[in-house]
Design a protein around this ligand. Structure first.
Ligand code: NAP
Ligand code: MG
Length: 501
């Protein structure tokens, strides 16, 4: 890493960071009741770049009241075609502010600039436009009913798809703007109202989005944004009896707390949780694609990625060249501040996260895995950790089973066992989010894809994400799916109406 690299922050980003950040409640920016603030840190410099309000249970009460009243107000009367236009207008606003949003995302989260730009363009605005087009296609069906019984005479039954209601959306810090958009867009397409609780570590782009929402024609109270801590603002939202649904992305541990907190009013819950995804490489795979594919699968976003392919299973015949290639790629990453265009590997999000990752690296060494590359923290400032590769990892090691959420790849070889045996190794975790299979043999590829117990499997690539592709976890990786038509369903409820003639 180059020493103390000079970074340039644009006037627009600087002005935004320096402005007073409050909570968006009922269409207005309002101060948190407590007056408490959360410092916002650039993880690449450890310097404070801004501060935001820490909302608490009282602020959540106000936001929920605003969302409840907006649900049956002007918003419910807006035709679906206009809802679609509003979502497209918000996408336009994001495109017009693309540069500053990308810059704020880099400063707040630490991700390299090309990644921020790619994610905002290909997942942010694309998601808005995708769900905008769903807004006009939400409808029920007409159901023939046999005469007799309760329906004495001729009858007709039809269903309506209605918005599920007031949605509490709680998101993590690893891709802040995309998660905000991913939660808001299907909810708004369905006609719901939302209270968004961004991660305490990365609130900036959600707040910028709040201002764009105010400009986009979305009525007051439809989207409320309460920055704050998970244990206070987040918990208050999940416990609130006037919230109909929680859409959560985050850790499995907090996901379980959310399920418990939701029992009070039996609110509906969708959960996108952790992962420990396998990358399975067969001996006929194209190494030119496998090597960069496996390196990116694990080290994308410094491994702070729920879909990360952190367990690499390679056939013994190609184990050495694949690992040598991935090691070469890992060591070629340029580590440093995301605003410097030549850097392609940023910091971890926080001191806590860095400590956690370094502890796991020590655990890997203690468990007897071979440290092939990396393993050290980098520089004096910023939460940087080298891309790290362990080889000869065994399935019962903690580094192979627990989500590290950092740049740590665990590799092991397999022999000519049958596909079920290989799949058993790949499935040997409590997670089931993503996974990939690399081979030229279409039978092996599809059989293996069927055997991997996860919500998503990619063949000859890893973690294919698109607004139209359903995404979500099996086992302890979550409940429900996001993206695609399936991602709209949790924001709708069905009402059946029967008419007797
Ligand atoms: P986290 O600690 O679970 O936090 C996620 C969100 O929940 C944050 O906004 C957090 O607030 C809030 N929260 C914390 N405690 C809460 C509580 N008791 N009640 C309600 N809300 C609460 O997760 P993270 O550390 O931010 O993110 C990393 C995790 O997210 C990893 O496990 C990763 O795999 C998972 N993830 C999953 C997906 C997916 O799509 N499956 C995508 C990305 C990340 P604070 O910010 O104050 O902690
Ligand atoms: Mg957290």
């Amino acid at each position: 890493m180059a020493e103390a690299q000079e970074i340039n922050i644009s006037n627009q980003a600087r002005e935004f960071l320096d402005s007073n950040h409050q909570l968006l409640i009922n269409g207005e920016w309002v101060a948190s009741k407590s007056g408490d603030k959360i410092a916002v840190i650039d993880p690449a410099t450890e310097e404070q770049i801004s501060e935001v309000d820490a909302g608490n249970a009282e602020d959540i009460n106000d936001a929920v009241a605003a969302a409840r009243s907006a649900l049956t107000g002007e918003w419910s009367k807006i035709p679906s075609h206009d809802r679609a236009q509003i979502l497209n207008k918000l996408a336009d606003e994001i495109e017009m502010n693309f540069d500053v949003l990308s810059e704020l995302e880099v400063l707040d989260n630490g991700m390299p600039m090309p990644l921020a730009q790619y994610s905002i363009a290909s997942h942010g605005t694309a998601l808005l436009r995708y769900y905008a087009s769903w807004a006009t296609k939400i409808h029920g069906s007409t159901i023939p009913v046999s005469p007799g019984g309760a329906m004495n005479g001729e009858s007709i039954t039809y269903t309506r798809r209605e918005p599920i209601g007031v949605v509490g959306a709680i998101i993590p810090w690893n891709s802040p703007l995309i998660f905000a958009i991913l939660k808001l867009t299907p909810a708004l397409a369905a006609g719901c109202t939302v209270i968004l609780k961004p991660a305490e570590l990365t609130p900036m782009t959600a707040l910028f989005l709040g201002e764009l929402i105010r400009n986009s024609g979305i009525p007051k109270g439809v989207v409320n944004i309460v920055t704050g801590y998970g244990e206070t603002a987040g918990a208050a939202l999940t416990e609130h009896h006037d919230v109909d649904k929680i859409a959560f992305t985050g850790s499995t541990e907090v996901g379980k707390k959310i399920v418990e907190a939701s029992i009070g009013n039996l609110k509906k819950v969708t959960l996108e949780l952790g992962g420990k995804s396998p990358v399975v490489v067969f001996p006929d795979a194209d190494l030119e694609k496998v090597i960069p594919g496996a390196a990116r699968a694990c080290f994308f976003l410094q491994g702070q990625n729920c879909m990360a392919g952190t367990r690499l299973f390679v056939h013994k015949d190609i184990y050495e060249p694949v690992l040598a290639g991935v090691k070469e790629m890992a060591e070629a990453f340029t580590i440093g501040h995301g605003l410097i265009p030549t850097n392609d590997f940023g910091p971890l999000i926080s001191a806590t996260q860095k400590k956690r990752v370094m502890e796991y690296i020590q655990i890997g060494k203690d468990e007897g895995a071979d440290l092939l590359s990396g393993g050290e923290s980098v520089g004096d400032k910023g939460y940087f950790v080298q891309p790290t590769i362990f080889s000869n990892v065994k399935g019962d090691m903690r580094i192979a089973r627990e989500e590290i959420f950092g740049p740590v790849l665990c590799a092991e070889s397999f022999d000519d066992s049958d596909l079920e045996t290989i799949a058993n190794k790949a499935n040997n975790t409590s997670y089931g989010l993503s996974g990939s299979v690399w081979t030229q043999d279409i039978s092996v590829a599809h059989k293996m894809a069927m055997l991997i117990d996860s919500g998503q499997v990619s063949i000859n690539c890893h973690a294919a994400v698109d607004p139209a592709i359903p995404f979500g976890g099996n086992k302890q990786s979550g409940w429900g799916r996001e993206f695609g038509k399936e991602g709209l369903e949790p924001y709708l409820k069905t009402k059946a109406t029967t008419v007797i003639f």
